[in-house]
Design a protein around this ligand. Sequence first.
Ligand SMILES: [Cu+2]
Length: 757
Amino acid sequence: MTRAVPEILWSSGMVLYSAGVAAMRIFQLILQKTLIRLYLRMDLTRCSLESTDTIRVLLLLFTKVVMNIKNNLLMEGLTIHWHGMVQWHTPWMDGVGTVSHCPINPGETFQYRFLADPPGTHWYHSHLGTERTDGLTGALIVLPKPDKTIGLRADLPEVSGDFVMVLADWKLDPSIETKNEADWGLNSFSYGFNDTMCYSFTADAAGGTVGLFPFESGLINGRGNHYLNKDNPEQPDIPELPLETFVVNRYGYYRFRVINSGMLFAFRVSVDKHDIQIISVDGNDVTMTSAESVIVYGGERVDFILLASEDVDNYWVRAQTLEVSNGEGPLVPNTALAILRYNGSREVHPKSDRYHCRPKDLCRVVNCPFGRFPDSYNIKCLAASDLKSTSEQIKAHPVPAVTSPNEIQEIFLNFHFSSTAKVPFTTAVNGHVFVPPSSPPQLYPKQENTTVSCDSLNCTDHCKCTYIVKLEKDKTIQMVFLNMDDAPFGMPHPVHMHGHHFHVLKTGYPIYNATTGVILDRNRDIRCNTKSCNDASWSNEDWKFGNVPGLNLNDPPQKDTIAIPRDGYVVVRLKADNPGFWFMHCHIEIHQIAGMAVLLQEGEIADMEPVPEGFPTCGSFKMTEEEFNQYMTPEGARGKKQEKQKRPENIVVEEIDYHIVDYERVQRAPYPPPSSDTEKHPFKNLHTFYHHRRYHVILIVTLGFSLLLNIIFMAMCCYKKCRTSSSLHKLSEKKTMLAHNLLQQTKRHSESKQRLI
Ligand SMILES: [Cu+2]
């Protein structure tokens, strides 16, 4: 029986819904209306992406992308990072505020140009302050070219639908308040300063911290509910609120592209009664791996395929946090929900349950940030490094080899929480609390007054500076990401590297209690000589120069974001073939803002592509006393200044009618970048002719002319028809008159005949 919803409840529900989901999407709405003008021509009929609650950008591989970003905010700067794009030859288009380029000020327009590469599920988001948490995000899907084999897969079934699933954890407070609460250590007062109840951190199955804040709301494509009732945290505040619904046909295959855009929480994603087949991570193809669920950390993407083979009904799609306990005992994880609806089923909420994992039927969970769940969970964990690249993927991106110690640069980076007697808690990398540069380092190579030099501070442990790690160009870089805290708590950190997709070769876990799954000790492969483990090395000296046992050098998966197990490590490898300044950081936004970040300088400045002409500048300014005194005289400083500072010309960015300039594949190597042959000789061949802008002009003129001819022809036809019609009408009248005369004559003839009779 359906319970009637009291009007007052419904009204308040709708108010809360408006204030909730609409507030979450306020940036997105602004984006749609005014903030970002995406002049996008979507010539893509191969895939249909359902629903458009956010701006979703679809591109074809190797497309030259043009994005005009206008900042119509009143007070805040803005940058957009294209998460997953390697920005080959364009490091200054990476969109990290004050690292790649200066923030876009209110009223300004910044034109991003970059190559859509690599293919796969990616996304875009603000990379300044905490704007991302407020919802300035969206999917960025790069599709394989239909006419090329690159990115197309023969091992996948033909899908009947392609769904984007953007996950987010969302608090009612603006993100900046969350950040300040974290900075000031006010998490305990998350229920309010007047509330007698204190909030205690929630923990995952390995005892790591999960919820620095209470989980208030989980959104799937902008829809979800609040869980603010602390007396009954499992009960959504307004269960009647609409949820995202994925409609499928029975026996169809469907591709789901999951993106965790959230601030803090990781999600374990599953579909009740359905297995999922993992096919791609961070846009990189992996061989199909069956799972009950997959864990997606902030910044990560996972594509899976689902076969709709169950009964025609409704099923829950779950994105569950990893919380299993708090200071008081076990708890049920929070969940963001959506609906998988089979065509033909009633439009009601599902009543399905998730899999019951049993000892004889273990649930396989992919991308585990810890080696094991407690035995009682009946879960088999698979690390990201357990996935295998497809043969095509590894052929296109082979693992960088090491044949001599000279070819490898090995770097240990500890992403950790840190505490000292003076500072109770902060986030850091190798003991360095990151201070962002005040302006992009490539604009000011000498970095005078633009960075806080770690060297000049003699910074070794727990100090604040612009931590820069140099990568030697063209070398094989082997990074060992560590997660060794010197604070009383810790958690897995999803580390995101800009500018590259690295190979994930190995995961090292800590030592767990076999029954409870709780961490007993750090992984012993790593030797930490200091409190902050900022000079780590392998415990076994023989493991140096890439000789680590257990590395998968044959078919490891590629990723750009990887969760580092608490008290463990992950070994990754990449080739330093993309010179530039690349940001690397924990993707938990409050961790990054607080200092868990490092700047990778790949190659020397001379190796990097120079910034384009007229690239905006920014940075700190100060004036000397002497210079100021020049102005303080009766005649002022006029005439004293020998040469005036050259001002940049006012830049006007034209509105471009579409994004995709042409579809021609741009060769990735070697230098120089794609020649401008096509531009010089636009009709060199038929393919470029079809895709060149001039072709469109000719097409439009031709169509216009054809339309005009049609109109003239129609007008002539009409006129002729009218004339014909007029002639027929006259003929008809004539016939009528003749008939009438004949009738009269017949009548008269008949009357005269009668008279004769
Ligand atoms: Cu973190």
